[in-house]
Ligand binder design. Structure first.
Ligand code: 0O2
Length: 201
């Protein structure tokens, strides 16, 4: 029989994370007079998706394995306008007194084989229970709208081809990831030019 998993602490952690990130982003906007965020999305991974992840690793679906092998049950994605915003948001989270960064994965500097780019933070979020504080793992993904566009289409394609993506399709995706990288660079420089105009007004 499949073990029933208690999701309460993951739900508490998601609420804590959403609130903390919301406050940090509002503070950033006030201090810099600029809101870098296009949108924020959060979710608790579905039981089905957790089961699939464990199955891929030949592991049984139980509380201990979820805790040890599925670090992104709690997930939050911050989508920003420009490349430089990604690193500003990473610094903002780094300076948080509540969220602890456990691991950083810079898939912008080192893209995945698929072409996927994004900045991932594996973090610990405190939850305040009746008698003690517990830390719950969560994954924060930070990426530009261009990277988000690519990842979203890639995700849809992977869903259509759960086994193997046809080679011409995966090659095209890799190439488009390069196009996205170039476009992000162009937008970054365009933003710099705009800022210079504003400073000289
Ligand atoms: P979902 O549905 O988004 O939750 P590892 O290499 O084992 O350390 P792992 O397990 O791949 O790392 O974790 P990593 O690198 O932190 O990436 C996990 C998440 O990043 C994925 O979660 C996706 O959200 C996203 N991701 C990673 N690679 C790709 C990719 O090639 N395409 C797209 N579209 N997204 C990607 P899940 O659980 O796979 O999916």
């Amino acid at each position: 029989m499949t073990e029933k998993i208690n999701f309460s602490k993951y739900n508490y952690a998601l609420k804590m994370l959403e609130t903390e990130v919301d406050i940090l982003l509002q503070e950033f906007t006030i201090h810099h007079g600029y809101n870098p965020v296009e949108h924020v999305k959060s979710r608790i991974k579905t039981e089905q998706s957790i089961q699939n992840k464990l199955k891929e690793k030949n592991l049984e679906y139980n509380e201990r394995n979820v805790l040890l092998h599925v670090p992104d049950v709690v997930g939050l994605r911050i989508v920003v306008s420009f490349l430089s915003d990604v690193y500003d948001i990473v610094a903002l989270i780094h300076n948080s007194h509540n969220i602890i960064i456990k691991k950083r994965k810079d898939y912008i500097a080192n893209p995945k084989e698929s072409g996927y780019t994004s900045y991932h933070l594996l973090v610990l979020v405190p939850i305040y229970l009746e008698n003690h504080v517990e830390y719950v793992e969560a994954e924060i993904q930070i990426r530009t709208i261009a990277m988000d566009f690519w990842a979203s289409i890639d995700h849809k394609i992977r869903y259509k081809f759960p086994d193997v993506i046809p080679p011409d399709v995966s090659k095209a995706l890799e190439n488009y990831a390069e196009d996205i990288k170039e476009l992000d660079k162009k937008m970054y420089y365009l933003n710099k030019i705009m800022n210079n105009y504003q400073e000289n007004l």
